[in-house]
Design a protein around this ligand. Structure first.
Ligand SMILES: Nc1ncnc2c1ncn2[C@@H]1O[C@H](COP(=O)(O)OP(=O)(O)OP(=O)(O)O)[C@@H](O)[C@H]1O
Ligand SMILES: [Mg+2]
Length: 275
């Protein structure tokens, strides 16, 4: 059970598209949370084709917080379905509806992040679209609850130059937090021209996944373009599915390793009772 935060430096590499594609192919119940601090309503207007969210989303959660009401019990009620089919729950938490409300959220991030963890405990994974890192970095409470942070970038020199500016900021933020969280790169449109191995070595950060460039299929996710036949089995969606499975495996292995280390670490020495 995990919280995965997806971010980018700049230049719209495809964070929203990739996070949505992963949510649609995720192998367990999942919530996709739009926590982009540059609000764009991209998913409501795009994939959900202007669906009315009935006032649900971050602004409504901020109101609950102001009224001193707990967010966790109400979080699910503030989400909307991403799909109408399938056995798994795939829900969406709408993001900021007005740019001015972002600032008011500074004091809410910690409680929202706790509410995500509470969902984790109920067997729902959370994928956070955190948008661009920004000059002040990401909201620390969100990072504190993350099991993994995916830094998305394209592979051109221009994209990598921006990554060089913002990836260290995220790494520093993670280092400041207690405990450990994995940070990895997700490359959209790999080998254009730089390859994953070279980029990983340059940045000292592992490359977790590569997502091919396919404008037509990406537009289904980003703009609500009509789905072509066998869209869910397309190579783009298969890559996003595989990326999600690898991420989950990585998080589970890391958690098991941490448990094993904790079990092996002797507790503080105890003074014998007869002394
Ligand atoms: N794998 C892909 N192949 C081709 N085009 C893609 C791919 N992923 C995303 N795109 C396209 O890139 C554009 C930007 O995508 P998206 O909105 O997901 O980026 P973003 O990183 O979330 O941007 P922003 O920082 O502005 O929120 C869209 O037109 C989308 O269709
Ligand atoms: Mg986006």
């Amino acid at each position: 059970m995990s919280t995965i935060v997806c971010v980018s430096a700049s230049g719209s590499p495809g964070v929203t598209t990739t996070a949505l594609g992963m949510a649609l192919t995720w192998s367990r119940d999942v919530l996709l949370a739009d926590c982009d601090r540059d609000p764009s309503q991209a998913i409501q207007a795009g994939y959900l084709r202007g669906m009315d969210n009935g006032g649900r989303g971050l602004a409504a959660l901020a109101r609950l917080h102001r009224e001193n009401r707990a967010l966790a019990p109400d979080l699910w009620r503030h989400t909307v379905p991403l799909v109408q089919y399938g056995d798994l729950q795939r829900r969406f938490l709408p993001g900021f509806s007005q740019p001015a409300t972002v600032r008011l959220f500074d004091t809410v991030w910690a409680e929202l992040a706790d509410a995500f963890t509470a969902l984790d405990e109920q067997g729902v994974d959370v994928i956070v679209d955190a948008g661009r890192v920004g000059r002040d970095g990401l909201p620390l409470p969100l990072m504190a609850q993350a099991d993994a942070v995916c830094f998305l970038t394209r592979t051109s020199l221009r994209a990598l130059a921006a990554t060089r500016l913002y990836l260290p900021l995220v790494a520093e933020q993670l280092e400041r937090l207690p405990g450990s969280r994995a940070l990895g790169l997700v490359l959209v449109d790999p080998n254009q021209p730089y390859a994953g191995g070279e980029i990983a070595a340059q940045f000292g950060t592992p490359c977790w996944a590569e997502v091919e460039r396919n404008e037509k299929l990406a537009a289904v996710l980003s703009d609500g373009a009509p789905e072509p036949k066998r869209f869910t089995e397309s190579s783009l969606m298969n890559q996003l599915r595989a990326a999600g499975l690898r991420l989950r495996e990585r998080i589970t292995n890391a958690a098991e390793l941490e448990r094993a280390i904790t079990a092996r670490t002797p507790g503080p020495a105890r003074i014998p009772e007869h002394v």
